[in-house]
Ligand binder design. Sequence first.
Ligand code: SF4
Length: 346
Amino acid sequence: MTLAKTLRTPKALADAGLIAAERLPALERVAAQYAVAITPAMADLIDAADPDDPLARQFVPTDAELHVLPEESADPVGDFAHSPVEGIVHRYPDRCLLKVNHACAVYCRFCFRREMVGPEGLRPLSPEALDAAMAHIAERRDIWEVIVTGGDPFILSPRRLRDVMARLGRIDHVKVVRFHTRVPAVEPQTVTGELVAALQAPGKAVYVALHANHAREFTPAARAACARIVDAGIPMLGQTVLLRGVNDDPEILTALMRAFVETRIKPYYLHHGDLAPGTSHLRTTLEEGQALMRAMRGAVSGLCQPTYILDIPGGHGKVPVGPDYLSDDGVQDPAGRRHAYPPKEA
Ligand code: SF4
């Protein structure tokens, strides 16, 4: 039975049968620290009888989150160090993040901004702060692309999104606007024609990057929501976080990448898990991530290949960390055999 509303407390999760009542005291401690929200669409997908359910691992809190490693940090990718004004993260010359809100439809247990999002997180931008953020974008003529993120910008009303796009639309040097969201998968019914229309601005190329981590998230309703975006002429990109017990398996990762492509979404990044507090139970090693990328190379269509990426802790930027097929003695094929390049004469 589909729930009527989003589950926001451990008690609500227990009442819905997603956690055992005896886990409540520990999970209340987790929820006091990190926000909880599971939409009806995602609650519907969770198999409560499976202790290793990959959807549950993404959204249902666990006491493992209270275990924080010394190398984990409240700001693992260095947002604050690169924030010249509230709501802007300006790390690279030609693009910046615009974080209009800090709420999401769901709260992911591995979120790299988990200390900033949720009801106890950073406040949404006030009208004055939004003015200052837009002024920063207008003044910095090297900003070619604005990435609207948060939180999740798709939980804003179409009216708010239209306002953001109208303001960006008036800045000539901004040519590209990219939205980052989980909503088309986790709350697909909110991707209405009105919301999709609100994303458009004359003269701007608009992209939508969908964050999804398991093929089961691509329900018929989610695929239909993505189709509404793509059919409106907005290209979509796929973003995935590599997560232990969710998608760290070649077949599961392949199924996810194929689900993106079948939905007309180009897989863009496979993110190595960031060093967010209390997330070590969900993080793989870089070597495991490289082995997964190797397993997909050659066996799976090139359209399905994302770039495996690490956001270097401290705000030093993103770099590809996929396997390297070149070495001093030549090049390796997908099966692991080495070949001289250029080929040696016989
Ligand atoms: S939707 Fe994005 S910002 Fe929100 S909790 Fe999940 S990963 Fe974090």
